[in-house]
Design a protein around this ligand. Structure first.
Ligand code: PRP
Ligand code: URA
Length: 209
């Protein structure tokens, strides 16, 4: 069964409130999304496996811990998921980045796939899917299905704001995937937007509206 974790750290909640504010412009919005993603990544990667290695300090040889063989892939759902990549890659610079392009049809609210390019060895990597918004859950569910079809086995999903409906949809479709969110909001409105949410994440990130 999926583990759903709300990462309610004071720094994250403070920055999330700034992100939600309609008066926050594109430049600050982008920086804040990246910062929150970096803070969340600390928790999302808490169970990455470690191995013991021997190194030499200026004083002596010693055994200490480093990340074990399995590597990380970050897979943003385009477009808005891209905004979270910079923050995570600062913590895990060796991670490879895949891209899944999905947009939500405005009438049906169903995701439409337009791009998928993943690291060849995706099956050997710990995959972190990023998307700021988990609304109906259709986009995240389809992105994870695509990843599994391409061989990914260890997948976690990281979102800034989720609607309860979105969490339920992902957990039901992919009970093996752990979900990490900063905020769980009240509901979806009639247009499928999260309430109170932050509006359209892609448009706010890229200044397209
Ligand atoms: C937004 C968001 C998610 C999706 C969430 O993307 O970034 O991918 O909607 O909605 P869902 O949970 O109901 O599927 P959008 O389709 O607006 O594309 P964009 O990122 O290119 O703006
Ligand atoms: N996509 C967004 O960008 N915002 C929402 O509230 C829902 C879907």
């Amino acid at each position: 069964m999926s583990k759903v974790t709300q990462i309610a750290h004071p720094l994250i909640l403070h920055k999330l409130s700034l992100i939600r504010d309609k008066n926050t412009g594109s430049k600050d919005f982008k920086e804040l999304v990246e910062e929150v993603a970096m803070l969340m990544a600390y928790e999302v990667t808490r169970d990455l496996q470690l191995e013991e290695v021997e190194i030499e300090t200026p004083i002596c040889k010693t055994k200490c811990k480093m990340l074990a063989g399995k590597k990380v892939a970050i897979v943003p759902i385009l477009r808005a998921g891209l905004g979270m990549v910079g923050g995570i890659i600062k913590l895990i610079p060796a991670a490879k980045i895949g891209h899944i392009g999905l947009y939500r049809d405005e009438e049906t609210l169903k995701p439409v796939e337009y791009f998928c390019k993943l690291p060849q060895d995706i099956g050997d990597r710990d995959v972190i899917v990023t998307d700021p918004m988990l609304a109906t859950g259709g986009s995240a569910t389809d992105a994870i299905t695509l990843l599994k079809q391409r061989g990914a086995k260890h997948i976690r999903l990281m979102c800034l704001i989720a609607a309860p409906e979105g969490i339920d949809a992902v957990v039901k479709a992919h009970p093996d995937v752990d979900v990490y969110v900063a905020g769980i909001d009240e509901k979806l409105n009639e247009k499928g937007y999260i309430v109170p949410g932050l509006g359209d994440a892609g448009d706010r990130l890229f200044g397209t509206k």
